[in-house]
Structures are given as structure tokens and as C-alpha cells.
Design a binder for this molecule. Structure first.
Ligand SMILES: [Zn+2]
Length: 262
């Protein structure tokens, strides 16, 4: 009799724990995550002097303010490997997950963004244009948007480097990705792979078509990112067309918080 009671109690406890697990899963494991996209970052005085009306150049103080907000609200950055595992249904991500990316391979991502990421314990992902990797490091000139060298990209903590094409970052006469045939896109992708990993790839201007998607799949890219769709990436999205938020110089802090929280 006494033993029977114990068995009933154990069964009830197991059922309650199972129920808690289900509720936890439903409330904390998400089916969409925010992927943030930045470009160039400069010190506030240089923003004022050289890039006052350039929306693609963010001030360091606004970047720091955004990262502090994420930190204070309990967010943590997730890696692109985590995003891939999540998209494949092999990993769960919680509602405080955020992905932080930088396009075009500017040296400023290393010089200015990386220390802020490190301060808050976040990781960033920089998408580099292969043909624009600087051959030699020149002294820092704030009025020029300098690209990083391969040496700059070595052993940078809290930041990894992937591809933004080798030389598709042109839009004169139409987005270059739409002007090339499959063979030419494959050549570009192979050249990109010789510079940085193409495991993850951000399309220049966020523009893509079925040919580049086919090429990337063939060359082993696991995820490819658009830009400026201004919505979260969903677990049901095409892995070769994951959307990102554009965080530019005009993104106010309340709008920024809406991006990650809603
Ligand atoms: Zn770009």
C-alpha cells in the first residue's frame, strides 16, 4: 500500500516536470531570431567630420549603446554555426538570441566594433569582399573607409570572417550577381573561397538569384544572408536567403530594441 503511494507520487512528479519542460520549450525556444547587419563604424568626432549624412557609417557611441542595451536586456550572441544547427532543426535557440554581422570587410569592425563586442561578451561575424581585402596595413585614416588586411583578420577574438563575394559588390548597370552566368558566378565564388571561408556568405546588397544560390550550395556554403529585409530569420526560411536587419546611422535605439524584441 505504502509502496503504491510512492509510485503514484513519482509518476505525478514526472508528469509535472514533463509539463514544465513543454511550457519552457514553448516560451523560451524560438522559431525566429534577429540577425543584425552593420557596415562601417567610426568614432563620433569622425562621424561628425567626415560622414555626417552617410547612413552606412555608424558612430561608435551608437554601436556601444546598442550593444549595452542587448547586454542589459539579457541577450546573448549566437554563432553562425548555431544558426545553421537551429535552421536544420538540431539545436534550440532561446528568445534572447541575437546574431551580429558586419558587411564589406572594413577595418573598423576590428578596430572599433570588436572591443565593444568583447566588453559585452558578444561575437561578431564580418563578411569580407575578397577583391577589396587590403594588401598592406596603412596607418588608420578616419576619412577613408579602409578595408582590413588578411593579417588584421588573423586571431581576432570575438570575431570571425566569412565571404561577401570576391567581386560581386557592384551595381552599376544592374546588380552584378544578375549580370553573370553560372560559370562566372562559380569562378567568383571559388576566388572568394581562396580569401576567406565561404561556409557562410552574405550577398552583396542582399541581392541574390537562383543561379548564385545553386553555385553556393554546390561550393559548400551552409547559409547565405540577404540584407535589409528588416524582419527576423525564421526557422522555415530558405537557408540560402536568410533575412537581416539593417542597423544604420539613422536607427534609433527604440527601433533597434523593437528589431530584437518583437
Ligand atoms: Zn556590402
Amino acid at each position: 500500500m505504502f509502496r503504491k503511494h510512492w509510485i503514484t507520487i513519482c509518476v505525478v512528479i514526472i508528469c509535472v516536470l514533463y509539463g514544465i519542460q513543454i511550457v519552457w520549450d514553448q516560451t523560451h525556444h524560438v522559431s525566429e531570431i534577429p540577425i543584425l547587419g552593420y557596415h562601417h563604424i567610426v568614432e563620433d568626432c569622425d562621424k561628425e567630420l567626415y560622414y555626417k549624412h552617410n547612413m552606412w557609417v555608424n558612430s561608435l557611441s551608437s554601436f556601444e549603446e546598442q550593444m549595452k542595451l542587448l547586454h542589459d536586456k539579457g541577450y546573448h550572441s549566437v554563432s553562425l554555426d548555431d544558426v545553421y544547427e537551429w535552421r536544420m532543426g538540431r539545436k534550440k535557440l532561446d528568445d534572447k538570441s541575437v546574431v551580429i554581422t558586419f558587411d564589406d570587410g572594413f577595418y573598423s569592425a576590428i578596430k572599433y566594433a570588436q572591443p565593444v563586442l568583447e566588453k559585452y561578451g558578444f561575437d561578431g561575424y564580418s563578411f569580407v569582399i575578397g577583391s577589396l581585402i587590403a594588401p598592406h596595413r596603412k596607418s588608420y585614416q578616419p576619412d577613408i573607409r579602409q578595408h582590413a588586411t588578411l593579417a588584421d583578420m588573423k586571431d581576432v577574438s570575438h570575431m570571425e570572417f566569412y565571404s561577401h563575394s570576391y567581386d560581386l559588390h557592384h551595381k552599376k548597370g544592374g546588380f552584378k550577381v544578375n549580370l553573370l552566368n553560372e560559370k562566372q558566378l562559380q569562378e567568383d565564388t571559388k576566388k572568394a573561397a581562396a580569401c576567406t571561408s565561404i561556409e557562410y556568405y552574405a550577398y552583396p546588397y542582399g541581392k541574390y538569384n537562383t543561379t548564385i544560390q545553386k553555385v553556393l550550395k554546390k561550393e559548400g556554403t551552409k547559409l547565405a544572408f540577404g540584407f535589409n529585409e528588416n524582419r527576423k530569420a525564421r526557422i522555415t526560411d530558405d537557408p540560402y536567403a536568410l533575412p537581416r536587419f539593417n542597423v544604420d546611422a539613422y536607427t534609433k535605439l527604440d527601433v533597434f530594441y523593437q528589431m530584437v524584441s518583437q
